[in-house]
Design a protein around this ligand. Sequence first.
Ligand code: GCV
Length: 718
Amino acid sequence: MKLFKSFVIISALILAVSGCKVEKPADTDGHDLWFHNLEKVSDATPAAYTTEAIARNEIDCYWKGSAAVEIKVLDKQDEALGRDGYRLVFSGKKVSVEANTAIGTLYGVYGLLRLQQTDALPKGSKTITEVPAYEYRAFNHWDNLNRSVERGYAGKSLWNWDELPDKVSPVYQEYARANASVGINATAINNVNANAQILTPEYLQKVKVLADIFRPYGLKVFLSLNFAAPKHIGGLDTSDPLDPKVVQFWKDKTAEIYALIPDFGGYLVKANSEGQSGPQDYGRTHADGANMLADALAPYGGVVFWRAFVYDAQAEDRAMQASDEFVPLDGQFRDNVLVQVKNGPIDFQPREPISPLFGQAPKTNLMLEVQITQEYLGHSKHMVYLHPLWKECLDTDTYEFGKGSTVAAVTEGKFRDNKLSAISGVTNIGDDANWCGHQMAQINWYAYGRMAWNPDLSSDEIADEWLRQTFSSDPKFLKPVKDMLNRSREVNVSYEMPLGLHHIMASNAHFGPGPWETSYRKDWSPQFYHKAGPDGVGFDRTVATGSGATAQYNEPLASTYENIDTCPENLLLWFHHVPWDYRMKDGKTLWDELCYTYQSGIEDAEEYIKIWEKAEPYVDNQRYQEVRTKLIRQAKDAMWWRDAVILYFQTFSNMPIPDDCYPAQHTLEELQQVGVFRRPQMPQGGARPQGAPQMPRQPRPEIYDMLPDYTLPGMPEL
Ligand code: GCV
């Protein structure tokens, strides 16, 4: 008996130890996104292509609980739930999904399945109420009609315009379902650098097919419009928003769209920005342009997302321009216009302060635009979880209406009578099998949706949800991989643009370092932003000696940024021009701090590889290998960034790289060659020379062939 007991104990111990050995999951290309771990319990198909039938079918196919699930559109409207909110009532052997609308119940069904998949179902009776913070939770596709995607790194556009309207890809429905599952309810399907062709009858028929597919999933179509469409496709000789013919053109066009798509969302507009036409071409204001479109949409309940991303080459400080142009227009926009503001005042850099406009236009419906595609954060080559970046912006206090006027509160409309509210994200989706180019970039799609629904969710909570649904809930996988994701934005800042440096990437492709580059437009030139010289580095935006941008913030932010001693060090070089030997709070010189920050970024990127290798047993081979290959590349790119930026700055600082940092592997001259092949150097501020080549928008595939190879000092075995 004793012997038997010992045998049992030893066997249990062996089992416990070999418990580390998990069964290797089957390979996947990642196309099933965060539905990956949903197990089918039935092969039922929806009874009809309606929201109600889809909601029922999702439960029939995937609900594993023993409790019966009732899905109920409330007879008596519950104001607290609004249009999209839902309630999950758990009681005994029943779960009730309740909402005011069918789409509310569908969100509730996805909410319930998420609780199931993340081991978060309540044990006893409980009621969970969920109401989205924003009315419009929008996607912006920068997809062109030829299926290229501006700043897209995941293949071609999903929309196959040549095949539409006759041939319909199953991907369109998969896309709508994925969006509904995280609450995204609006999608502007074409590039803001818009081709007016999208508004022709031929294209509108194609758009209608997409809208019909998206409708049961609660996804409204928006169109980006070209402000010059009256001239381009309307046969008019002007696009002046105050010209009656132009007003009529937009009224007719809008009526034509609503006849095809009764729940059409509205227009997204980039006007008088980066060469796009706009009301200013006719001496009119942004408000004139936006209001004219808003009036055309108003009878149908449509809205205008009017972008505040404006700047021109002559300004002393690009960071000030959106405020300079839009603050004087505060109070002039119609109720159904939302002014769409990028999170920072320049352009989706790895770190920016908030756009000051969030705190300066109390009478305007302001909405936040974030970028999900990683234009400046390593494209789909680098693993960067972006929620911490977005959350930093949402949580920043503008102080506009006193303490607590965070960007989230302002954009949610907490201080306005008009409760119209919206948020936009520039997608990272293409026709790649895994949708996003990088398996780990799917988290940014997921996180965007969850954030748009609930801006209070933490990065950690969202990463936890996503990893459990997409990979594994095993703590040995979950904890280290989640930690790695949570740190990844800060790591990216460390190896690309630390301490407030910005816009020092190689031009055009916006990939890799290019601090030495000049451009025929000074505001596209990295040197314009870092201003490195023998006296130091950084953009002086103080009122005392610089551009005065700090004054665009409300107190106490303005003085905090103005004063070098109180300015957060992670934005130091954004607001100040700082001597190389300036003493940082930890006693190091600015130069050493820069070197050590880059060094930490490289070491962290190297550590990702080790963490991922330990996660190997929990991940199918296909996704494991794909991610590992990209992580190796990312760590090498971190070295590349460091070498390029530090060696270039060293020509001004004349200070050594500290001995305990990795030595440079390549010379500045070698690295500058990479740049030379990518972009001809042009005199700063000069005009584009006649016949100068128009450089490609995307990185050339051979970029790594031009780049000398890197070894990773912290990873000798690679
Ligand atoms: C769609 C940046 C990007 C452009 C983009 C623009 C915008 O400048 O590089 O590709 O154009 O932002 O947001 O309109």
